[in-house]
Design a protein around this ligand. Structure first.
Ligand code: ACO
Length: 181
């Protein structure tokens, strides 16, 4: 088979079905169709797709990975206490990563790392953005390793944060600080 040739691009409305399918396949939590509509139309959400240009037969633009995120006002976020404020400059923001996923056959090639790097690069270019943060379920070692390697800091353990099939699971809160925070 051909060598993978991974490219990164924005998510668009043609990605809708595939995006929903991958979410269903890899996450234990159900996402509403409104969420997917917002992602593909870029309504309040920023996102990046990974595709493998070397795939034949019309699959060369099909999603194999994605990251979705939204803006949050730092003051209204749950990490308000960790942000240094400089009120002269306006309203500080944060980027909150909602979902990150790579289809199984493409894992361990650095694709998630590149997707998160895209988010950090984007956030770093915004003068009011103080960081990127996310929650991850406490037993998700591949994801936790990834965030640690990318220099995210684990700032909290949240007891029973996730409710999955009537069972509670803890979450870690990871933050990547930007612009002096
Ligand atoms: N060659 C070989 N190995 C590599 C390369 C490379 N070029 N680049 C990175 N790696 C290794 C890394 O060292 C890392 O190994 P280690 O952490 O075990 O030491 C490993 O590959 C994983 O890094 P990536 O390849 O960047 O990650 P991947 O693309 O496999 O995706 C992810 C990781 C997203 C967690 C994937 O496993 C997944 O989709 N899981 C299911 C969904 C999920 O858990 N998502 C995250 C939930 S948290 C949230 O959504 C906010």
């Amino acid at each position: 088979s051909l060598r993978p040739s991974i490219h990164y691009r924005p998510i668009n409305p043609d990605d809708l079905d595939r995006l929903e399918q991958i979410h269903r396949d890899i996450f234990p939590i159900k996402y509403e169709s409104e969420f997917f509509q917002c992602v593909v139309n870029g309504v309040g959400i920023v996102s990046w797709a990974a595709v493998d240009r070397s795939r034949p037969d019309g699959h060369s633009d099909e999603l194999i990975g994605f990251v979705t995120a939204k803006f949050v006002l730092a003051k209204e976020s749950e990490i308000d206490d960790l942000i240094c404020y400089d009120s002269s400059k306006g309203e500080e923001t944060l980027i909150y990563i909602l979902t990150l996923g790579v289809v199984e056959t493409y894992r361990n090639h650095g694709i998630a790392m590149s997707l998160i790097s895209e988010v950090i690069k984007y956030a770093s270019g915004l003068s009011m953005c103080r960081g990127v943060y996310l929650h991850v379920i406490a037993h998700n070692n591949p994801a936790i390793c990834l965030y640690k390697r990318l220099m995210f800091r684990c700032v909290r353990r949240l007891n029973g944060f996730y409710l999955i099939k009537r069972q509670h699971f803890d979450a870690f809160l990871f933050v990547y600080f930007i612009n002096g925070s």
